[in-house]
Design a binder for this molecule. Structure first.
Ligand code: ZN
Length: 428
């Protein structure tokens, strides 16, 4: 399959900025050429007209719980633990594979429609999520969330996590990779972490976890263990494995140095952190110290939606207010968090994240003919500060179209919405 995207504005990578008009050629699963100022010769199996549109690398949502779309809008505006204990956990006991499958598909429709091509997901019934991802055609790092509050839970939880990794890592022609996910340092003891590290090393897969999300969690941890969660994980040898840690809101200077020294990837989740009043992660300090920071939405139950365009904008705004510097995290850097940095965090750093010959052809085409995107002085600034996500018109992964000129190609959107409307009635 040879595809031409003709006469499109392109941001191949943030530091290059905007190429106002180019012909982009995809051959099979990879980008073959970005041609400026000359005719590209055919034949092509498909030509997508790019006039008046902007092509960017696919957005990477580095932390979510897809099937939690089930809990969107449920008992909102509550403290995190109160909401989890009284509303979410009792309902999660009623989850079935079927429910996780349909609400994962719902999350996938939402994510594809606003330009996400890859994501990291941690939840339960992950086989169902894997099948949904396979069908949708997106790319994902998937993991079973291990929660082992008592010793007798350790074996069955590790077993579930391990069999998922063995079965799913490398599936869907390599679009699915698997990870281990001890939920957090405060929900999994040292035994779980040590065992996970040796399994992750043996099976050569990453660890995806939650880290230092709330102030109370970190204070309680310090009081009990005499050190920060980051110091504790380092001592256990966890960071010897490729680690993706969500949140990183409450970090000391020493924590940040440890994360940088071990190449830990931190998924900043602005909406979730704001909505739960967790605080503002020290993104600028982390980047300055050498930590790879990327972006995630977290689950739609706690964050409201799964819109990476919004997360980019919020990340840029929060970095400015946190540092008191309007020059902090400029638009190009915000786009970097949502693209190549996310790709690196998911373990696809050499393959994805930019539009260059040889890279995997994951991309998003955005319509520019909207009132809120005019004038076109700086398309990159408009993308970060004015776009809403709804302008996304075409999305492809591995050169395969998932959304084409506004139409879903791989998923039956109407059926998914209908089934989810019905299934949600049991959960109110
Ligand atoms: Zn989370």
């Amino acid at each position: 399959m040879r595809v031409l995207i003709r006469g499109v504005a392109v941001i191949p990578k943030p530091e290059v900025g905007v190429i106002p008009k180019a012909d982009v050629v995809i051959e099979g699963r990879r980008y073959a050429a970005v041609v400026v100022g000359e005719e590209v010769s055919g034949p092509f199996d498909k030509i997508v007209e790019g006039e008046g549109k902007l092509l960017i690398p696919g957005l990477v949502n580095a932390h979510t719980h897809l099937a939690m779309t089930l809990f969107r809008g449920l008992a909102q505006d509550r403290p995190l633990m109160d909401w989890l204990e009284k509303e979410v956990w009792p309902r999660e006991k009623k989850l079935t594979g079927e429910i996780v499958r349909w609400f994962s598909l719902l999350g996938l429709v939402e994510m594809i429609r606003c330009g996400t091509t890859a994501f990291a997901d941690m939840y339960f019934f992950m086989e169902e999520v894997g099948e949904a991802v396979e069908k949708a055609g997106v790319r994902a790092l998937l993991s079973y969330g291990i929660i082992a509050p008592t010793p007798e839970r350790i074996e069955p939880e590790l077993k579930k996590a391990e069999s998922f990794v063995r079965e799913w890592d490398g599936e869907a022609e390599g679009r699915i990779r698997a990870a281990f996910s001890p939920h957090a340092p405060y929900t999994c003891g040292p035994e779980v972490w040590k065992r996970t590290v040796s399994l992750a090393k043996e099976l050569r897969v990453p660890i995806h976890t939650h880290l230092s999300e709330t102030k109370e969690e970190v204070e309680r941890f310090r009081a009990k263990e005499g050190r920060s969660p980051v110091e504790w994980l380092e001592e256990l040898g966890v960071f010897g494995v490729h680690t993706l840690a969500a949140h990183g809101v409450h970090l000391s200077e020493k924590d940040i140095e440890i994360l940088a020294a071990h190449n830990v990837h931190v998924a900043h989740c602005p909406t979730s952190n704001l909505k739960l009043a967790c605080g503002i992660a020290p993104v600028v300090e982390m980047l300055r110290t050498g930590v790879n920071v990327c972006l995630g939405t977290d689950g739609a139950g706690s964050a409201g939606d799964l819109n990476m365009v919004e997360e980019m904008r919020l990340a840029a705004l929060l970095a400015k207010v946190k540092t008191g510097d309007p020059q902090a995290l400029p638009a190009a850097e915000a786009l970097g968090l949502a693209t190549w940095r996310g790709a690196a965090a998911l373990g696809w750093g050499k393959e994805l994240g930019t539009i260059e010959p040889g890279r995997r052809a994951d991309g998003v085409i955005i319509r520019l003919d909207r009132a809120h995107l005019l004038p076109n002085y700086d398309l990159l600034a408009n993308l970060v500060y004015a776009a809403q996500g709804s302008e996304v018109e075409t999305v492809f992964v591995d050169g395969h179209f998932l959304l084409l000129e506004g139409e879903m190609q791989t998923l039956d959107e109407e059926e998914i919405l209908g089934r989810c409307r019905e299934l949600a009635k049991k959960f109110k």
